[in-house]
Design a protein around this ligand. Sequence first.
Ligand code: NDP
Length: 468
Amino acid sequence: MPQYDFDLFTIGAGSGGVASSRRAGAYGARVAICEEDRVGGTCVLRGCVPKKLLVYGAHFRHDFEDAAGFGWSVPEPKHDWKKLQVAKDKELDRLNGVYKRLLRDAGVQLIEGRGRIVDAHTVEVAGKQYTAAHILVSTGSRPFLPEHPGIEHVITSDGALNLKELPRRIIIVGGGYIAVEFAGIFNALGAKVTVLIRGDTVLRGFDDDVRAFLTQELRKKGIDIRSEVFVRDIEKRSDGTLSVLTRMGDTPEADAVMFATGRVPNTQGLGLEEVGVKLDARSAVVVDEGSRTSVESIYAVGDVTDRLNLTPVAIAEGRALSETLFNNNPVKMDHTGVPSAVFSQPPVGTVGLTELEARELHGEVDVYASSFRPMKHTLSGREERSMMKVIVERSSGRVLGFHMVGADAPEIVQGLAVALKCGVTKKQLDSTVGIHPTAAEEFVTLRDKRPDPGAQMAQELGQDAAKK
Ligand code: NDP
């Protein structure tokens, strides 16, 4: 048995790498982790955490407005962007310290610098080589920018989180998670927000009703969502104004342009292909269900593998790996039934299949859906509505998907995700007593099935035939 410096050498101290390393350390493995930036990764430093803090900060605007309907007189609220930035950065510093301490407490050695794989058991950091029985690649992803003339003038979510000033007008290109979350933040803080999307609705990949409903709600909040827009180039004028030239010839203008056009795996310059680690067409590391790459001693977890790019998934993949390698407890990560949320305003919570996926995979399905005005807004006067949707396999009555747009959707759907994992049926939902008055009770009181699209079409065709 060859002697190595470490049992596990992890490259990248983000959510997946830290979780895996700590778990391995807890089982007595000798672990090192290298990181070229601060400890914490995208989620803690440039993603979920700072984004959610900004969402909280921005949402007060809506709360102040809503308060009037309940008898409050709120003077015109003023927001200090710099103050929010300072508070957010202080929290990130604290978290960075917490992560470092967690690694130390688990006996994981932190090595500062960029790691490069030299061979199947060797990693080089800052000119020094370290050997390990297992190497874990957890280097995450970074924003993707398409090639357009003037692309150097735009910011990505990294820049948007650290803007010195709040832009008066901002154009956001893209309609995914990041675009709608930042559109909500800047809109609530008072910027004029224009979102340019290539399709008709935001959030491709989500249930079509969720997409249409959220697009409508965002527009109601004053966000200018322009559909079927294709960007050609970006120009910067001498006064700093940016204009986006589209294929249709429109030229919307703003003080900042943000591209939220997806993310790409961080696989460059790591020596992966040189040592035989296979990458796919998007340059993601190809792994098996145990997160093992094409090289036996090298593993990868998280966004760098481009499976389900969510922090809790990276953490679960990382922990499953350490259970398997260091606790003699083979665990395979289950990528089904993973819930997710979009912290737009209003937010989205979803778990399981979309209606389209359910029809494709399970044939006949029953759909229960409802849209309503939340009780709070009967007094606030806000026109915001919520929607919920449950998709059920007709033959078994098993729920295949829960979807919600509305206040607290992420909190509500987390609980429903447990039920979905346990194989909850519509009958069991019906026999569950609701908590009144809540929005969540709607999920256990939905009664009316939507007409089957096939039956509806047949009925409409019948009516047309009768008219002739
Ligand atoms: P997404 O993949 O969610 O969305 C990308 C968007 O950019 C789509 O609307 C897409 O349009 C558009 N787009 C792609 N290429 C171009 C182009 N060349 N020109 C114009 N538009 C383009 O990516 P995000 O960047 O929003 O987020 C990346 C990932 O980060 C997510 O998939 C998610 O896994 C994770 N994330 C999760 C969050 C959460 O859990 N709350 C929050 C933020 C990020 P089209 O639909 O037309 O292809």
